[in-house]
Write a protein that binds this ligand. Structure first.
Ligand code: PGA
Length: 247
């Protein structure tokens, strides 16, 4: 089964009603490559607004979700509330939540399990810090993050993996095509060995970290790069060029 190219836009904690409306209008007007699955992730406050205004071919993702059905969890949003609002994706395990909000591999795995088991698709992020890369630990760090996920999750059909080296996020310092391909191939090999060949063949592995309209074409040609998770550039008109990087 061919893996459909996937481009996610992670707005992070950016935007206002008017700037998000502009992004949505721009996407609605644009000619987007029909062979690409597009999902945008505005801040929680704007999820319903975006779902109501963006064309139906574009998916909408939350940037977090909790692993309990409902109840006394101030500040959290449930999987059921996302589904009730027509939101069928969530980003989990982003390095900003792992580092700033101290989410452990186990917390991320638990949220991912709860989401996929209750019908929400997950963009699950992993990646190493600069220190870890310089110490030659990149593949080891990612294997540990994947192992925590595998210990909780058995259905991988709702998971898209985003490899996001922390040193490349928001820094303008993109991984080289060789660096990205090497890690992507190792993630796929890990899936083949530790989960199954089918999951390895079917799971999309995205690259994230300073993806722009300038570097996306070369990255998209790599065999194991099945799309992108785009931060800063997803707020700009250039996001359309990234979506259409293979057109
Ligand atoms: P960036 O962010 O494209 O701004 O580097 C990517 C991400 O954090 O998902």
């Amino acid at each position: 089964m061919a893996r459909k190219f996937f481009v996610g836009g992670n707005f992070k904690m950016n935007g206002t009603v008017s700037s998000i409306k502009e992004i949505v209008d721009n996407l609605n007007k644009a000619q987007l490559d029909p062979n690409v699955e597009v999902v945008i992730a505005p801040p929680a406050l704007y999820l319903v607004f975006v779902r109501e205004h963006v064309k139906k071919e574009i998916g909408v993702a939350a940037q977090n979700v909790f692993d309990k059905p409902n109840g006394a969890f101030t500040g959290e949003i449930s999987v059921h509330q996302l589904k009730d609002s027509g939101i069928d994706w969530v980003i989990l395990g982003h390095s900003e939540r792992r580092t700033i909000l101290a989410e452990s591999d186990e917390v991320v795995a638990s949220k991912t399990k709860y989401a996929v088991e209750n019908g929400i698709n997950v963009i699950w992020c992993c990646g190493e810090s600069l220190e870890q890369r310089e110490a030659g630990k990149t593949l080891e760090v990612i294997a540990a993050q994947l192992a925590a996920l595998r210990s909780r999750v058995s259905d991988w059909s709702r998971i898209v993996i985003a490899y996001e080296p922390i040193w490349a996020i928001g820094t303008g310092k993109v991984a080289t095509t060789e660096q990205a391909q090497e890690v992507h191939a190792s993630i796929r090999a890990w899936l083949a060995k530790e989960v199954s060949q089918k999951v390895a063949d079917e799971t999309r592995i995205l690259y994230g970290g300073s993806v722009s309209e300038k570097n996306c074409k070369d990255l998209s040609k790599e065999k194991d790069i099945d799309g992108f998770l785009v931060g800063g550039a997803s707020l700009k008109p250039a996001f359309v060029d990234i979506i259409n990087s293979r057109a």
